[in-house]
Design a protein around this ligand. Structure first.
Ligand SMILES: Nc1nc2c(ncn2[C@@H]2O[C@H](COP(=O)(O)OP(=O)(O)OP(=O)(O)O)[C@@H](O)[C@H]2O)c(=O)[nH]1
Ligand SMILES: [Mg+2]
Length: 399
């Protein structure tokens, strides 16, 4: 990785982070509008313009020339990555590590995001003591005219709904989670916790950072000024994967997925039991065997989805432990099943379903009452500060 930076001011009030990938046609106009939007009066330090560039065209040269030009009023840092790790999302994380301002505003280089809005975004964050300010196409007064065609508009609207539905709590107050134009307080972000996948970096930041308050500023999403779009169908698939990964990154999300997978095991359990009993097997050993089928079903699903990235232990150890855990409840269910069927004369499948419900209830009660006991209210509780550790500030960037 090599980067060059030229006039850098001490303690700039905010950093404008612009990821660039082959945007040479847009750079002159972008810089012109940035200079216009960010008047430098000499009294307050200039904002830092930080370009994280993965281009193969002349974009970095144009930026460096502008930075070196006599009379350039802005502080320009160009971080050119020879290895464009993580694409756009990776570029924003790399920029977060280099940013020096109290606020970091992320924006595109193609002028779909009006530079004129930059000061207002930071001002709104300071005024409202927010940690995140989203430039929103959906807030009152905003518009998304720049989205090319009905198809892009529909895809964007559906993605917004899906994302809001999946992350209702984390995205409270964010009407435009797909926005690529936002300001974030740097102390709320710990770059080493970020695992972006694709384009939707705001979603990643909103979920994995310490955001206590969100503000929004409406804006009109413009059309690409020049050059070509880098967003593709593949990018869309990556976005779906990102949604799933993020959702499963919280314990609540994993517990829900685990519960649903466990619930789905009822089907092979009862199905297998039905077949074995019909084939003439006694219902008690038949249920022991059917339980093995359900365990295999659950294990396969868990290993291929939820715990796919956690298969570190030897396979025999994983299967052994899972098998013990999954058969422990037979100690309760088999005597109960015998009581219901032989004692009370219940039908086998219905009785087995009942034992599965009873086992679920017992496990839930044990977990709730004996393992995950709620904290007792303290007489006077003090909530500690929940801000993230400040990100280390690089002393200076060098070529
Ligand atoms: N550093 C870096 N920047 C990227 C990469 N991919 C895209 N960008 C930049 O990210 C910003 C957004 O990309 P766009 O192609 O405009 O994506 P989009 O806005 O969703 O698509 P359009 O609406 O068609 O413009 C632009 O400034 C791109 O130059 C990448 O892999 N690395
Ligand atoms: Mg764009």
């Amino acid at each position: 990785m090599s980067f060059s930076d030229l006039p850098i001011s001490i303690d700039p009030p905010f950093t404008v982070l612009i990821p660039t990938f082959n945007e040479q046609e847009n750079i002159p106009e972008l810089l012109r509008r940035l200079v216009e939007a960010l008047p430098v009066d000499g009294r307050s330090p200039a904002p830092q313009l930080l370009f994280v560039d993965d281009s193969t065209d002349r974009t970095p040269d144009l930026l460096r020339e502008a930075a070196a030009a006599a009379g350039c009023p802005l502080s320009i840092t160009v971080l050119h990555r020879d290895v464009p790790e993580g694409g756009l999302g990776g570029a924003v994380v790399a920029g977060m590590r280099q940013a020096v301002g109290e606020w970091v505003v992320v924006m595109d280089a193609d002028l779909q995001h009006p530079p004129a809005l930059l000061p207002e975004l930071v001002e709104a964050g300071r005024r409202q003591q927010a940690d995140l300010v989203v430039a929103s196409r959906y807030a009152v007064g905003g518009s998304r005219d720049g989205l090319a065609g009905g198809y892009r508009t529909a895809v964007s609207g559906a993605s917004t709904l899906l994302t809001k539905g999946l992350f209702a709590r984390e995205l409270r107050g964010v009407s435009d989670p797909m926005s690529g134009f936002f300001a974030i307080r740097r102390s709320a972000v710990n770059p080493s916790e970020l695992r972006p996948l694709g384009y939707k970096i705001l979603l990643e930041l909103a979920v994995r950072s310490r955001i206590r308050k969100v503000a929004e500023v409406p804006y009109t999403f413009g059309e690409r000024y020049a050059g070509t779009s880098k967003s593709t169908v593949r990018e869309g698939m990556r976005f779906l994967r990102h949604l799933l990964t993020l959702r499963l990154s919280t314990p609540a999300g994993r517990a829900l997925a685990f519960g649903l997978i466990g619930l789905s095991g009822v089907l092979p359990n009862l199905g297998l039991l039905h077949l074995l009993v019909r084939a003439g097997m006694h219902y008690l050993p038949a249920e022991v065997v059917a339980n093995q089928g359900a365990l295999l079903w659950n294990l396969t699903l868990l290993e291929s989805t939820l715990f796919r990235d956690r298969r570190h232990r030897h396979w025999a150890s994983r299967i052994g432990r899972f098998w013990l855990l999954g058969n422990a409840d037979l100690l309760l269910r088999i005597p109960l099943l015998a009581l219901l069927v032989s004692g009370l004369g219940m039908q086998v499948i219905a009785a087995t379903a009942l034992t599965l419900i009873a086992s679920f209830a017992v496990r839930f009660l044990v977990a709730e009452r004996m393992i995950y006991v709620p904290r007792r209210a303290a007489p006077s509780s003090v909530v500690a500060g929940i801000g993230a550790q400040p990100v280390p500030v690089p002393a200076a960037s060098v070529e």
